[in-house]
Ligand binder design. Structure first.
Ligand code: SAM
Length: 252
């Protein structure tokens, strides 16, 4: 279980916001192109964090539900999407990606920026697949990303970021035998009062065998599964294990 803590949620909400802008248009275009005006604009974001990707879809008239294990992350998500929460277009629920159920169903389910690498095992990922399958409409689409083993090996490094707002130290280590990358992110971030608050978050990314991931999705019932890069989600990657990050596209 890896719910991000309150002090790190604040840092995440300021410094890890760009990924949604990179991936949102590609996912939406892939989903809507074959469906046209008939596309069911209901979205579930699993591990939605501070809601950056959710916001992109809200701005494109989707009804959105976001779930995340971390209540502190959801506090920012609700704040970032306040007008949509108020109008009922956005709902955020604290829940576990590998053990949730919802009354609503969705045309599109997404999970991005390593959220599912945070699950501890293939068994947990399979449970997540079953939860998603249950809430996805027939003909619906599940798009998620994973850091690959190749990508996680590159996390064996230390990085320092320094701005007027914050000092951020990221230390990573990849445990080849355990198939898991550990990252510790710590530092200080300026508060509204001008003082600096310390933060620290340790999280792991599990390296999943991609063939096993595909088999698990197919066993769960998905009609088709392929690996792709974000610049063209419709083009299957022939050697996904060679990439640092892959998108997995599963159609029901
Ligand atoms: C790297 S962040 C990605 C957040 C968001 N998807 C984005 O694109 O910014 C990973 C998120 O997964 C959440 N998380 C970790 N384990 C989870 C679980 N078992 N169930 C739901 N969320 C989880 C964390 O709290 C965190 O918000």
């Amino acid at each position: 279980m890896q719910a991000y803590n309150p002090s790190f949620a604040r840092v995440y909400n300021s410094f890890w916001t760009g990924f949604a802008a990179q991936v949102g248009p590609g996912i939406r275009e892939f989903y809507e192109r074959p469906r046209g005006l008939d596309a069911d604009r209901s979205l579930l974001d699993v591990g939605c964090g501070t809601g950056q990707l959710v916001l992109y879809f809200l701005e494109h008239d989707y009804d959105v539900t976001g779930i995340d294990l971390s209540e502190p992350m959801l506090v920012y998500a609700r704040e970032n999407a306040a007008e949509y929460v108020e109008s009922g277009q956005a709902t955020f629920v604290q829940d576990d990606a590998s053990d949730f159920s919802l009354d609503d169903s969705f045309g599109l389910v997404v999970s991005t920026y390593d959220a599912l690498n945070h699950l501890e095992s293939l068994a947990a990922l399979e449970r997540c697949f079953r939860c998603v399958y249950r809430v996805l409409e027939d003909g619906g689409c599940f798009v998620f990303d994973l850091n690959t083993r190749e990508g996680l090996r590159r996390w064996n490094t230390t990085k320092v970021q320094e701005t007027d707002e914050a000092l951020i130290l990221t230390s990573g280590i990849y445990d080849e035998r355990g198939g898991r990358a550990w990252t510790r992110i710590s530092g200080f971030m300026r508060t509204e009062g001008g003082l600096y608050e310390r933060f620290e978050q340790t999280a792991f990314n599990t390296a999943f065998d991609l063939a096993a991931v595909r088999d698990a999705l197919l066993a769960c019932g998905w009609a088709t599964v392929h690996f792709a890069a974000i610049h063209d989600l419709s083009e299957p990657l022939l050697e996904p294990e060679r990439e640092a990050r892959v998108f997995i596209v599963a159609l029901k």
